[in-house]
Design a protein around this ligand. Structure first.
Ligand SMILES: O=C(CO)COP(=O)(O)O
Length: 252
């Protein structure tokens, strides 16, 4: 059985005043039956880790460099994230693929770096609207998955996969439950093909306009083990409602 995960991606949002939301979230879920993760901007990472220390809320980064250290101005290594209190890192988000030209090969190298630093990697895949319209969704996400994951070290503890259709991010548009199930079932099959029994425990998150109002039906969908939430993770009250829906969802 897979342990469910509610992950919040704050993206480039949040000044120090926003730490109160993390504290409120930790207080609202003292002993959840699921895993909870918040990924703030790097500037808040160590303070957020301190703020939620001892609670059930884990903290993660939103990106890392593939190398451990060196002359890479502005970049942050996986080891630095771990040192700042992170236990996860989001990799290959579509905004990084688009804004920074990240390729599957680079994301794979970053995933290897994350695993070497003891972080769990939340590896993101997702099609654009044009790719979906062209009937390419399963081929696109399948290629992203296979190119972004390393051959070694992939287990239920070290890797989480997030399916985030690009056209559903921040738009209020959500795929049908059949469309979500089709992609998640195909990701699960691809993981099984490549990693065998170890793949059974790898969590598959859905991301893209998850809100308190649509969370329950998404969490009841085949092979959905949780969510990667953007906008609705910024407010503890909204994210709490999504967490409650995940806790109430049937076991995967
Ligand atoms: O990109 C996302 C999470 O990584 C989803 O963002 P929204 O929940 O704001 O659509």
């Amino acid at each position: 059985m897979r342990r469910k995960l509610a992950a919040g991606n704050w993206k480039m949002n949040g000044l120090s005043g926003a730490l109160g939301e993390a504290v409120a979230l930790a207080a609202a879920h003292p002993a959840p039956g699921i895993d909870i993760l918040l990924c703030p901007p790097a500037t808040l990472l160590d303070r957020m880790a301190d703020s939620v220390h001892g609670s059930k809320v884990a903290v993660g980064g939103q990106d890392c460099h593939p190398l451990v250290s060196g002359a890479h101005t502005g970049d942050i290594s996986a080891e630095m994230l771990a040192d700042a209190g992170a236990s996860y890192v989001i990799l290959g988000h579509s905004e990084r693929r688009a804004d920074h030209g990240e390729t599957d090969a680079l994301i794979r190298a970053k995933t290897e770096a994350a695993l070497a630093a003891g972080l769990a990697a939340v590896v993101c895949v997702g099609e654009t609207e044009a790719q979906r319209d062209a009937g390419e969704t399963l081929a696109v996400v399948g290629a992203q998955l296979s190119g972004s994951l390393p051959d070694a070290g992939v287990t239920a503890e070290t890797v989480v996969v997030a399916y985030e259709p690009v056209w559903a991010i921040g738009t209020g548009r959500v795929p049908t439950l059949e469309q979500i199930a089709e992609v998640h079932d195909s990701l699960r099959a691809a993981l099984k093909d490549r990693f065998g029994a170890a793949a059974d425990g790898i969590r598959l998150l859905y991301g893209g306009s998850v809100k308190p109002g649509n969370a329950a039906e998404i969490f009841a969908t085949s092979n959905v083990d949780g969510a990667l939430v953007g906008g609705a993770s910024l407010k503890a009250s909204d994210f709490s409602a999504i967490i409650a829906a995940l806790e109430a969802a049937p076991a995967a």
